[in-house]
Write a protein that binds this ligand. Structure first.
Ligand SMILES: Nc1ncnc2c1ncn2[C@@H]1O[C@H](COP(=O)(O)OP(=O)(O)OP(=O)(O)O)[C@@H](O)[C@H]1O
Length: 316
């Protein structure tokens, strides 16, 4: 559905986005991650047609964004980082204005407005001037204008930026809801945000795409955690002799059932399920009980820190 090829954007001597390619074919919530200055906003502005790429192409739903942008933008909703919201306008008037800008005809407008207002729970704020709303409600107004016309692609630039924990929880619930009918690309530099919402992450560092991975795979590394009974003489030795196992570290008992924990690092490229089968057989053959065998989960914050350099974009 979304096909991005060799996309770059320069601002003078600064390369904000550098030769980025990816495709998104399924309906999902995709996190666009990176430190400040990594190129997220530039990428989102290009995806939503607000900024021309210096090089590369974007196809959305089969349409080329360059040349067919009107068709693409009809099916797209965009929440910019800093929404140009007019403080003196009433919420209702602003949303009506946004619907006009989106080309939603008079006939369909009441239904479109009602849907966006219901989804964002703005019903009792419609007659408030936008400037008097709290940050959370202003953000909801931004989301409401983005979802007018039921777009199949939603691009949300830091949707929870500046929200308090309760507002953040509400916004996340809303995004999950919206994702039932649309692909959502959201940018953030907070890994917990990704953890709470996304199925897949694209990580930018200095404008380059340094990772494109599903979260389940990202969380797992090439290490298994084993908890087994201590009734075998040299279980660690037997495990260490398995061809898939690189190292075995005994981590001590768990204090509960007399079991012993082991961390088993596998050789690079090892098929983890095959290794797990062999490890389980080895434990049972040695006469010990097998209590638990599971992949070790990685700390996502650390993964992001390892992948990204904090400097931001390159200056040539
Ligand atoms: N209009 C502009 N003119 C010149 N340089 C710009 C412009 N907009 C962005 N940049 C530069 O491009 C790089 C990428 O910026 P961008 O705003 O896309 O990053 P970001 O990942 O969204 O950062 P943040 O998390 O701080 O919003 C930065 O080095 C920024 O200074």
């Amino acid at each position: 559905m979304i096909d991005v090829q060799h996309l770059s954007r320069r601002y003078g001597m600064t390369t904000a986005v550098d030769d980025v390619s990816f495709t998104i074919s399924d309906q999902a919530i995709i996190g666009l991650l990176g430190h400040n200055g990594a190129g997220k906003t530039t990428m989102m502005k290009m995806l939503s047609g607000y900024l021309e790429p210096s090089a590369g192409s974007i196809h959305i739903g089969g349409h080329n964004l360059d040349g067919d942008s009107a068709a693409v933008q009809r099916g797209l909703g965009y929440l910019p980082e800093n929404l140009p919201i007019y403080p003196d306008m009433l919420v209702a008037d602003y949303l009506d204005y946004a619907a006009t800008l989106k080309g939603i005809g008079r006939g369909e407008r009441p239904r479109a407005l009602r849907r966006a207002i219901d989804a964002t729970s703005l019903g009792d704020r419609l007659l408030d001037p936008i400037g008097k709303l709290s940050r959370g409600y202003r953000q909801r107004v931004g989301v409401a204008q983005a979802i007018l016309g039921e777009p199949s692609l939603l691009i949300l630039d830091e949707p929870t930026n500046g929200l308090d924990p309760a507002q953040t929880a509400q916004m996340r619930a809303l995004i999950r809801d919206l994702a039932r009918g649309a692909t959502v690309i959201l940018s953030t530099h907070i890994m917990q945000e990704v953890d709470a919402l996304c199925e897949r992450v694209l990580v930018l560092a200095g404008g380059r795409l340094v990772l494109d991975e599903h979260l389940t795979r990202l969380r797992e590394d090439n290490t298994l955690i084993l908890r087994a009974g201590t009734d075998a003489a040299d279980l660690a030795g037997a495990l260490g002799r398995l061809p898939q196992v690189l190292t075995v570290t005994a981590d001590g008992g768990d204090g509960g059932d007399g079991g012993q924990c082991f961390t088993l690092a596998l050789h690079p490229g090892t098929e983890r399920d095959t290794a797990a089968g062999n490890i389980a057989r080895c434990v049972l053959d040695s006469g010990a009980r097998l209590y638990q065998l599971a992949p070790r989960l990685r700390d996502l914050d650390r993964v992001l820190r390892e992948l990204t350099a904090p400097e931001g974009a390159r200056h040539d």
